[in-house]
Design a protein around this ligand. Structure first.
Ligand code: GDP
Length: 195
């Protein structure tokens, strides 16, 4: 998909602020620094639309990006940042739970994991959490340009096994540097949202 028009509709902290257009929505989740902003920017052909790494202390919001008046990308704050306070962690949990349990236009989640490492405990918890809410998940292994091609199958097996990936969920390897995997991610987004 070639994206021309993107805008940040709202940075929401509660359901009352979510957009009411009814466009289908996909959430993007992953540990801080996993490459989430880079993935979103690559998908929409922008250099710096989605902001990079959440800074501790910064307001944690759900950022709704309107893509071509067709769908929303909902950028969820990065998790697993060690310095985040207990209060902020609870606020994050409340915010995502409110979204996942109530949001009608929600169609699925893209969960990012760093392809260079075995998924962390936080990654596993997030995947289980999404499955608890019966969410369809596309797992994206990021920064794959930094891994050797020879190890590709081993890496994919390791991610699938560690997350205990559901039969119906897919795994795509991605690089924001080379653009590898971009079309596969868009294929999944189009299928999930019916756009
Ligand atoms: P976020 O915190 O998840 O939004 O992560 P960012 O998108 O800000 O990326 C974190 C760091 O990883 C930055 O220094 C990026 O340049 C780098 N990065 C992100 N994606 C890739 C990738 O596909 N390949 C490589 N080599 N570096 C990447």
């Amino acid at each position: 998909m070639k994206v021309n028009n993107v805008s940040l509709t709202i940075s929401a902290v509660s359901a009352a602020q979510y957009p009411d257009t009814g466009y289908p929505e996909i959430v993007f989740v992953g540990r801080s620094n996993v490459g989430k902003s880079s993935l979103i920017n690559k998908l929409i052909d922008r250099k710096s639309m989605a902001r990079t790494s959440a800074v501790p202390g910064k307001t944690q919001t759900l950022n709704f990006y309107n893509i071509e008046d067709l769908l929303y990308f909902v950028d969820v704050p990065g998790y697993g940042y060690a310095k985040v306070s207990k209060r902020d962690r609870e606020r994050f949990a409340g915010m995502i739970e409110e979204y996942l349990s109530t949001r009608k236009p929600f169609r699925g989640a893209v969960q990012l994991v760093d392809a260079r490492h075995t998924p962390s405990e936080d990654d596993v918890s997030m995947y289980q959490y999404l499955k608890y809410f019966n969410v369809d998940v596309l797992v994206v292994g990021t920064k794959v340009d930094k891994t050797s091609k020879a190890k590709r199958q081993t890496i994919m097996r390791d991610i699938k096994r560690t997350l205990d990936l559901n039969q119906t969920d897919q795994l795509v390897m991605f690089s924001a540097t080379t653009g590898e995997g971009k079309d596969a991610v868009w294929d999944w987004l189009e299928k999930q949202t019916g756009i």
